[in-house]
Design a protein around this ligand. Structure first.
Ligand SMILES: [Zn+2]
Length: 508
């Protein structure tokens, strides 16, 4: 994906999204595509100085999710919001939260998977349905045949608890009356965070030293005092998901909450590798289904908007369209001029050599009279350990291989370290940094020189360790519940919309 191979073929004016009127703008493009498909156009091939009949076809389109709806005509809102699951989209309307949620990911599990018979941790029922079948090209063709294409026309949290009560699941989280119903007690859910935990979470993001050119200054988006993360761009979100959240989550949340979130992070990291083995796709699909199921046992139904469901179809999209990097939005967004280049300070480069982790203290060039040249790094190597989530960490205070400090530049990969907030000497290793994924500096080195490090692929795929199935603790009994005045009482019709002090909304 390079700018010189891209062409702007259509520009839709106006500050607002065109909605269904996109048809009007697309009509001329479709006309041209039809000509290119049926007849082709005479084109000059400069390399052989001859003309030929060029034909073209549309392989796929890349759009964000609302754009997908406009372009495909399949609504991405409401009951059947998932174009992948189409008529079998699994949705439930939440009366109190007043929105649709998309759960039921157990249907994607193998028929004999143990989660299918676990009613308690899920929706109170066992699950026997097979996964929704994807529409094939022929199915869509049949559906659209003869279609007349006429051109031109929380306190969320309080509600979430009431929804749980309605569904009759996770009793510990149901609102309970106090003082003859004058007050309502809400036990803290297992994923709620104390002020201190939120500070720890933000601290990890704030203090992470990120390699040059990978992401904008995420640190600047973290307001420690307010415990807020805001103003980051979509590629920053991806970067956080791939490399930072796992450490933040592990440091600030209980194991049962941290585990599926860490698995979600490593799923995305593995899925987005530059090189992906076809054989790994099945493993990744199993992984995302189990992870989404696990999340269903922890977060309330209102959390499961359509965006949480969509990862379940991403593996199949890789099967159809190849590695993510050729299809994702970053390039497009950059091409549209939405992204600026970011400049970051160079920090001390940190390296990984096979399974040794260290940092460079000196760079030496050995020159044999201009006949032969080598670049060597002198490194401090650190002791390595794997934690229970499968994350690799090193101890900066425990050096090893002191008598073997040199390594050839060609033998190392760049990595970076994220400090553990509970132990300043322990740092989590983030291995492969897919340079081109996040390469937001203007077209970098194309002078034919190889950068000293090659891009390590995360292969064999390096998924987080899956968690042992034990009963989910739905609430947190180590922190006091939230008690509110019962405003629902005697005013059944009135919806209270005040922003009381619930803190279970996710960080924005
Ligand atoms: Zn779906």
């Amino acid at each position: 994906m390079k700018a010189e191979y891209s062409m702007l073929s259509l520009l839709i004016p106006g500050p607002q999204s065109p909605g269904n009127n996109i048809d009007v703008y697309l009509q001329p493009l479709i006309e041209e595509l039809k000509v290119l498909w049926d007849l082709g156009v005479e084109t000059c091939d400069a390399s052989v100085k001859q003309t030929f009949q060029m034909r073209a076809s549309l392989l796929w389109t890349i759009s964000d999710f609302p754009g997908y709806a406009m372009l495909s005509g399949w609504s991405t809102k409401g009951k059947l919001a998932c174009p992948g699951c189409n008529y079998n989209t699994n949705s439930t309307y939440l009366k109190h939260s007043r929105k649709m949620c998309y759960m039921g990911h157990r249907a994607f599990l193998p028929m004999d998977h143990k989660y299918r018979s676990n009613a308690r941790d899920f929706n109170g029922r066992t699950e026997n349905r097979p996964p929704p079948e994807l529409l094939k090209g022929e199915d869509i063709f049949d559906l659209l045949e003869g279609f007349n294409n006429a051109f031109g026309k929380t306190k969320d949290y309080e509600k979430a608890r009431l929804d749980l009560q309605d569904m009759g699941i996770r009793k510990k989280l149901h609102p309970k009356e106090l003082d003859q119903g004058k007050k309502i007690v809400f036990a803290k859910a297992c994923f709620s965070m104390t002020t201190k935990e939120k500070t720890t979470f933000c601290y990890v993001l704030k203090k992470a030293k990120i390699p040059d050119g990978c992401a904008s200054n995420i640190s600047k988006c973290v307001q420690l005092a307010e415990r807020k993360v805001s103003g980051y761009k979509s590629h920053d979100a991806h970067f956080m998901l791939h490399y930072l959240l796992q450490v933040a989550v592990r440091s600030a949340m209980s194991n049962q909450v941290a585990h599926p979130l860490i698995r979600l992070c490593s799923f995305f990291r593995c899925l987005c590798q530059k090189v992906i083995e076809v054989a790994d796709l099945d493993i990744l699909q199993t992984e995302i289904v189990e992870t989404l199921c696990r999340l269903e046992t922890i977060f309330p139904p209102s959390f499961f908007d359509i965006m949480v469901h969509l990862p379940i179809h991403l593996v199949n999209e890789v099967r159809l369209g190849g590695p993510v990097q050729f299809r994702w939005m970053y390039f497009t967004e950059r091409y549209l001029g939405k992204l600026k280049s970011y400049v970051r300070n160079k920090s001390r480069p940190e390296v990984q050599s096979i399974a040794y982790y260290g940092s460079i203290t000196e760079i030496v060039e050995v020159d044999y009279y201009g006949m032969l040249k080598f670049v060597l790094f002198r490194c401090d190597w650190f002791e390595v350990e794997e934690d229970k989530f499968g994350l690799t960490c090193v101890y900066f205070n425990k050096r090893c291989y002191m008598d073997d400090p040199f390594v050839l530049a060609s033998q190392v990969h760049q990595c970076f370290y994220i400090q553990d907030p509970s132990n300043p000497n322990r740092h989590y290793v983030m291995k492969s940094i897919p340079r081109e994924f996040f390469n937001l500096n203007e077209q970098s080195t194309s002078n034919g020189q190889q950068p000293y490090q090659c891009d390590p692929s995360d292969h064999p795929i390096n998924l987080a360790v899956s968690d042992e199935t034990r009963e989910v603790e739905f609430d947190r009994n180590d922190i006091p519940p939230t008690i509110i005045v019962n405003s629902l009482r005697g005013s059944d019709e009135k919806e209270s919309d005040d922003d009381s002090s619930f803190d279970e909304t996710h960080l924005d």
